[in-house]
Every structure is written in structure tokens, then in C-alpha cells.
Design a protein around this ligand. Structure first.
Ligand code: ZN
Length: 193
């Protein structure tokens, strides 16, 4: 297990179409473990795609909950969205674009299938932040980045503001006590319907 370096745009691996997993073997388990360590090491991160650490396999790890309880931790292999609700514009971030936030229209509720670490297929229905996150991460598996999803660089691509004395992160929620979100998808802030 190891914390890996997260690739940043415009690294070419982030543009590749990731391959479905066909073998549940030691290399897959090592990848999952590395992704999990990397996810929990990244401040504010709620999801990570394998290609972000350089492996073009259709594997995601997600956890929108507190990192101490890990109650929402999910390993999602070969995920496929089955159903999506109507969309709203939300603001999100990405570990591969650490200096920017983007306003993107995403479904607020999605049902998807994915295989777990034990090769069991599961069906999930999620909403809110977790729904945004799964759509953001599946985009990574298809080589799609948040900059591809915005309508306008002028209005939808926002440079993060430095918080004085506290690194590079910022508070999007308006709550100064909220954990700094340096993210991979965050901020359940609806900015328009
Ligand atoms: Zn991302």
C-alpha cells in the first residue's frame, strides 16, 4: 500500500479511455489499496479514479463521509450509470485541477451498478454530493475532465482563492469551520436550478 502522486491536467493519461477490469487479482487489490491510501491522504477529497494515479483501469474509490468513520467508503469497479435524475448546476473541484473549481450541470440523483472488491455486482442509488461525485469519477474513466463539462470559461471556471495563512484551500460553503475542501468533487452548493 502506498500514497501515490495524483496526476494533474494536462497529463495525457487523464485523457485515456480506461479499460474494464476483467481479473480480480493481486494487482487489482494493490491498485485499490493504493487508491484508498491516496484518497484518505488528500485533504477534502471524496473520490479518486485509477487513472489519476496512472492506471487506466475502470476502478474508483469514493467516500463522502468523515474520514475517521469511513462509513460511505466504496470501491467501485466497472461502474455504469443506469438511471439519472434531472440536472442542476453544482460547483465541484478536482485533484487533477487543484487551482480551480467548476460549475457543472449534473444529475442530483443517480442509480448505478458496479462490482465490488469481492467481484459482486451491486446496485446503488445515491443523491447529492455522492451523485455528483460518481458522475465526476466516471467521467475520469472516460477521459473526460471538468473543463470539458463547463459552458463558459468566463463564468463556470473559477480560480480558487487562497485563504490567508491557511494554504490554498477555500471555503465554498460559507462556513469557515468546514474542513478545507481541496477536493475531488465537493461542495453541495447549488448555484442555480
Ligand atoms: Zn477529478
Amino acid at each position: 500500500m502506498a500514497i501515490k502522486k495524483v496526476l494533474r491536467a494536462p497529463h495525457p493519461i487523464l485523457r485515456e479511455l480506461c479499460e474494464p477490469v476483467t481479473h480480480w487479482d493481486s494487482s487489482l487489490y494493490r491498485l485499490i489499496d493504493d487508491m484508498t491510501d491516496t484518497l484518505y491522504d488528500a485533504s477534502g477529497a471524496v473520490g479518486l479514479a485509477a487513472c489519476q494515479i496512472g492506471e487506466t483501469a475502470r476502478v474508483l474509490v469514493l467516500d463522502i463521509s468523515s474520514k475517521t468513520t469511513r462509513e460511505d467508503y466504496k470501491v467501485l469497479i466497472n461502474p455504469v450509470i443506469i438511471e439519472a435524475s434531472r440536472k442542476k448546476t453544482m460547483r465541484e473541484g478536482c485533484l487533477s485541477f487543484p487551482d480551480y473549481l467548476a460549475s457543472i450541470k449534473r444529475a442530483t440523483k443517480v442509480t448505478f451498478s458496479a462490482y465490488d472488491r469481492d467481484q459482486n455486482e451491486q446496485i446503488y442509488t445515491v443523491q447529492g454530493l455522492e451523485a455528483i461525485c460518481i458522475q465526476h469519477e466516471i467521467d475520469h474513466l472516460d477521459g473526460i475532465l471538468m473543463i470539458d463539462r463547463i459552458n463558459s470559461l468566463k463564468t463556470d471556471w473559477i480560480r480558487r482563492q487562497a485563504r490567508p495563512g491557511n494554504g490554498d484551500d477555500l471555503q465554498m460553503t460559507g462556513n469557515a469551520d468546514t474542513e478545507a475542501e481541496s477536493i475531488e468533487t465537493v461542495i453541495p452548493e447549488i448555484i442555480e436550478s
